[in-house]
Design a protein around this ligand. Structure first.
Ligand code: NAP
Length: 264
């Protein structure tokens, strides 16, 4: 039997031989993209990456790609069975809590193993000045009046910052927000990675007085934290949401070894 998926998740024409183990990668991160590339180049595996569809123009991904929600844990469990998935890797962003919870439940319901690939958190360094908060709303409240805040939380969660009329907001994101941008707020459209030179220049040029960041971890967006440290700027650091327990590794290399071991 040969199976394949088009970008809409429907049966398509490019065939995949069934002796390859089909790996569903829940994606939307650089790690997910790197994993797909490595699995596509491995004669044992056939990667299928799933994207939520939040980013309109995602970067190129090796192997098959499908887009859109599954319909909760039940929909995901059905998908795993119907598409003969051998193993699922949750390589979503550390702040994507719902899909990770769904993955754990769908794996339990279907009996198909699920592993998590999640980059390590950033740790506060000696010269950092972090104000730790638990969520987006608390981050928006923590910005001092009259501050110029560089807000780097993604386009879906900028609204609580725009609602503060006593601060100046400069929001950086990959694609424009769906919400109205108030007069006086600035938007920077840019895709990571960012270098330390770029981040230093941005903070200086715009006269930023506070940085707002999720504790996303990883190298691609860490330079802003380093630049803030150098310039002695406070960072409002949003803690990661809780996720249900799962077998977790933090690098693509470890994940490939774990997949091989799990499917042996
Ligand atoms: P979320 O709140 O955990 O998930 C909301 C719903 O979106 C899920 O229940 C699921 O719908 C669907 N979904 C999420 N990821 C999916 C995927 N990879 N494939 C298919 N459906 C998916 O997710 P989120 O925080 O909105 O993030 C959405 C995507 O953006 C994730 O894939 C994540 O990796 C990426 N991302 C998120 C952030 C962030 O800060 N949250 C940052 C960078 C990238 P159904 O229940 O219908 O299946």
């Amino acid at each position: 039997m040969w199976t394949s998926l088009s970008s809409t998740g429907k049966a398509g024409s490019s065939p995949v031989p069934n002796e390859l183990a089909r790996i569903l990668i829940l994606g939307g991160t650089a790690e997910a993209r790197m994993l797909a590339e490595r699995l596509e180049g491995n004669p044992r595996f056939s990667p299928l990456t799933s994207l939520a569809g939040v980013t309109l123009k995602p970067s190129r991904i090796a192997g098959e790609v499908r887009t859109g929600g599954f319909g909760g844990p039940t929909g995901l469990a059905n998908f795993l069975r119907e598409e003969s998935i051998a193993l699922m890797v949750d390589a979503t962003h550390p702040f994507a809590a719902q899909i990770s919870a769904n993955a754990v439940q769908a794996s339990a319901r279907s009996g198909i193993p699920s592993l998590r690939l999640e980059r390590s958190e950033w740790e506060e360094q000696k010269d950092d000045d972090w104000v730790r908060v638990n969520d987006i709303e608390a981050a928006a409240r923590a910005i001092p009046s009259n501050a110029l805040a560089l807000v780097t939380v993604g386009r879906q969660e900028v609204e609580p910052f725009f609602a503060r009329e006593d601060i100046h907001v400069l929001a950086r994101m990959i694609e424009p927000p769906d919400t109205n941008v108030p007069d006086g707020a600035g938007i920077i459209l840019a895709r990571p990675p960012f270098s330390l030179d770029e981040e230093r220049a941005l903070l200086e040029e715009k006269n930023v007085s506070v940085l707002v960041s999720k504790n996303s971890g990883g190298a691609a967006t860490y330079a802003k934290i380093e630049a803030a440290r150098e310039m002695k700027l406070p960072v409002i650091m949003i803690a990661r949401p809780g996720k249900p327990e799962a077998v977790t590794v933090s690098s693509v290399e470890e994940m490939i070894a774990l997949i091989e071991k799990t499917l042996d």
